[in-house]
Design a protein around this ligand. Sequence first.
Ligand SMILES: [Zn+2]
Length: 294
Amino acid sequence: MCPKRGHDGRMRFTTSLLASAFAFATLVAFAAPQAKAAGPADRWAAASRPTTEAPRVIGAHGLGCIAGAVALPADGPGWQVVRLSRNRFWGHPALVETLQNLAAASTRAGLPPIWIGDLGQPRGGPMPWGHSSHQIGLDADVWLDVSRRPPLTATTRERIEVPSLVRGDGMAVNHAVFTEGHATLIRLAAQQPGVDRIFVNPAIKRALCEAHAGESWLRRIRPWRGHDSHMHIRLRCPAGQPECRDQAPIPAGDGCDASLDWWFSEEARRPPKPSPPGPPPRLPAACAGILAAP
Ligand SMILES: [Zn+2]
């Protein structure tokens, strides 16, 4: 399945793209809330507060948990958190600091306040819907909207709509909506210290490659399906977190090459094969203690 906006938990599936789903399974979104029966992830979603110990990251971005997470404030200089009712504004202090720094950098660049979407749950862990990564407090979604608009109330923030930056056929950005301001926002995110990679739609990556050829930050911009109206920022494991597992390093080069072209191939755009049935992957054993802690 290719959840065009399912990454954000909303149903708007397309049949475009997707192959080798296993390779990046940590990014493949789950269905929307009403589509799933109660499961282990619901217990993680029900943990409404973080544990009070020092920050401790356990496991990998797509399979793990976090103790001592902190909240990104709902409003601050240069940002607004959207969809607060989800209670997914928690993360490692390094993630919160990165987002605050991105907001400051965006403001300095003349961009309007950024809309920040999901970080993680108070104790991380799997989510019943919306993402399969965002589990260890080191992932965050930022909306690719650089339009001028007034600050929103918390209620209005529940239902923001951001137009796709990508043409309906998925082969290129829609130049009627994609601007250099979007490129600036993505570049500023990629240049924050500690950022491991940023996922955007392949058409957005291609547009960045064309307009910013040779710039080193392009390497950290990784193509992935969906992500046509938001980017997904992923941090490396912070220092002093021996139980945190980083994703395999990004390949050498800026990625503006045949590996990007592949995303526009027949193979990549073919509907995916359903994954074989089997037991869900197991969280690191230490996560049980994090979930059970007072
Ligand atoms: Zn994300």
